[in-house]
Design a protein around this ligand. Sequence first.
Ligand SMILES: *Cc1c(COP(=O)(O)O)cnc(C)c1O
Length: 433
Amino acid sequence: MNYFSLNKKSENVSFEAAVVKGLAPDKGLYFPESITPLSKEFIENIENYSNSEIAYEAIKQFVGDEIPENELKRIIEETLCFDFPVVPVDKNIASLELYHGPTMAFKDVGARFMARCLGYFNNKSEVKEDVTVLVATSGDTGGAVASGFLGVKGVNVVILYPSGKVSDVQEKQLTTLGQNIKALEVNGTFDDCQAMVKKAFLDSDLTDVMKLTSANSINIARWLPQMFYFFFAYKQLKDKNKKLVFSVPSGNFGNICAGMMAQKLGLPIEHFITGTNVNRVVPAYLETGEYSPKPSIQTISNAMDVGAPSNFIRIEEIHNYDLKKLRANLTGFSYTDEEATAAMGHLVKSLDYVAEPHGAIGYLALKNYLKTNTDTQGIFLETAHPVKFLDVLYPGVAEKLEIPAQIQAVIDLEKEATQITAYDELKQFLKEA
Ligand SMILES: *Cc1c(COP(=O)(O)O)cnc(C)c1O
């Protein structure tokens, strides 16, 4: 499969080149040249297939012949080492829990898949040149990438995170693994981290001497495997005759955009709903028709503190840059921290369901939509385990939570990070590594 740049000023490239480059030379995001729906028969009989078989069917056309069938199947098998349960929460409302992976964030799937693709490409190439994955994180991405890439040969990972601005659990997840994973603790904000990473990608002093790539959801190998969730949810539905809608708490809009790819592949999804925090560029666009990115505002759902969602352009592409068409497929709502906290309270007190702020926003958006769309099965995505957001859960809930084994294991490890303040220190670090 070939990929074109959405800026249309770079050459089309193979799956491998798109994964290794991350972003096209014209700074555009890569998008597949074609999307062929899966057979109706496969979708109608989806419960007869294992998760790995479903994932293979969904992704194989996007990889093409660049990874042999047996290798791709192994990569998928290793990626999907955990469950994706659909948990009933209320009438017509269920939660798709994406947080049962190694770092308890949905980003585990994309990170694990991308790491293994890079590992495969590196292993088969004649010239052994290490790839350095450079990634800025506001919390969840770093841990998933660190865990997903741990021990992958030929791939070095450097994670930048803002000092004092990620949760304790998140910090441990990125700073304790060792081996090919290095953490840089930046004396600054997430935006500073991101700016440094962007600068490095454009710095020919670095790019002339090393292969740099990113592991954010702009990378197709992190973005596309997120399609799997929507198929796994559909598989678990008891009543497949009801109209199905998904509510996705969104920041960079990679996850919801992958859902739209699943819909393109023929999965019968009636409609998408996005819930955002006060960083509401997309809901505002759906309302007014004006798209105006803004600097991000800090909230308790910090993985969605994004003022300029990088994947939105892919959503536009999927809907032919037609606002009418987009509005027919996507509804957006936004919520304040107070509203998210109240929703977490309602969920735990009335429905006996413990949610963290991102999932709570997905729930609120779904409730809102279902007010006027009653004969519908709604699923909201719960994107992280509540234990990762202990400081911002509904009062009294954190104390009662059991700490899962994979979290306990990292809490007990020693933090190792290099402190940096300026870009030159990052450059020095990369050159020496
Ligand atoms: C990354 C993340 C999101 C947002 O996902 P996007 O694909 O960026 O829209 C939501 N919730 C959690 C917990 C996340 O880590």
